[in-house]
Design a protein around this ligand. Structure first.
Ligand SMILES: C[S@@+](CC[C@H](N)C(=O)[O-])C[C@H]1O[C@@H](n2cnc3c(N)ncnc32)[C@H](O)[C@@H]1O
Length: 242
């Protein structure tokens, strides 16, 4: 999978992708990340990428020509899925991450700055994505959020393929709690079942925990059509306990 990020602050992207799982995925050839400086596509001698808004008002707007030229360059005539990071877009979630992980021709992520980008760029993008109902200074963090979430879902990226399948949201439920050594810390003991070696009981305990956590923390996530008969029995018990 190839990601192309269009930004006027390439080092913000370079910094994050030089560590951890993303770095290893690049080294192992599982993903490629191209970072393009939009400023390199400005045509005037000052390499201007912003200008005053027509109609007046606060702030500056990202000019369309450098952005359009940068986009045309990275797409290189290919059908790469183009995303504009924008607080007005559809809110990103795990389903969207899964959908994007299937975009085999690659994904282009356009990072806005200032008051945003000249509206006419919307004709050249496939979709607008927001990472939540708040305003950030630029699209670089949202682009990294998307790269990170999508990369985890690609084959062979995580050491254990089950990791991404079991994670919160993937199955429509929140994930069960985790513990590691020591078995006791300041009087708090790890649940005995997890140290029992009984894998069947551990699975049952984890499923119950997932259901309980989702019911308590994010009940709106529960899709009853996806619950098994055993899940429904546990849910009945949990509701009685509340
Ligand atoms: C300061 S914001 C512009 C906000 C814009 N004036 C508005 O009110 O909708 C500058 C850039 O940051 C990015 N951005 C800010 N918040 C975002 C969010 N929640 N999700 C995705 N991108 C965001 C976008 O690329 C946006 O063009």
């Amino acid at each position: 999978m190839r990601f192309d990020v269009l930004t006027i602050f390439p080092r913000m992207i370079d910094f994050y992708i030089a560590e951890s799982i993303i770095k290893r995925a690049i080294e192992r050839g599982l993903i490629e990340i191209g970072v393009t400086n939009i400023r390199d596509f400005a045509s005037d001698k000052h390499l201007t990428v912003d200008d005053y808004p027509f109609g007046g008002g606060q702030g500056m707007v990202m000019k369309i020509e450098p952005l359009f030229n940068a986009l045309t360059h990275v797409k290189g005539g290919h059908n790469k899925h183009t995303v504009l990071l924008c607080p007005q877009g559809a809110v990103f979630n795990q389903d969207k991450a899964m959908e994007l992980s299937q975009k085999k021709d690659g994904i282009v992520l356009i990072c806005g700055r200032y008051e945003g980008v000249d509206e006419r760029i919307s004709l050249s993008v496939d979709e607008e994505i927001s990472i939540g109902d708040f305003i950030l200074t630029g699209g670089e963090l949202p682009a990294l959020v998307i790269i990170d979430a999508v990369t985890r879902l690609l084959p062979n990226v995580l050491g254990d393929e089950r990791s991404s399948i079991e994670e919160s949201f993937t199955s429509g439920l929140l994930e069960y709690p985790h513990f590691t050594r020591p078995a006791e810390f300041m009087g708090m003991r790890v649940p005995e079942v997890l140290m029992s070696g009984n894998h069947k009981e551990i699975l049952k305990w984890r499923r119950r925990q997932s259901l309980q956590r989702t019911l308590l923390k994010r009940p709106e996530l529960i899709d009853e059509t996806k619950l098994t008969e055993d899940d429904n029995k546990i849910m009945e018990q949990l509701k009685e306990e509340v």
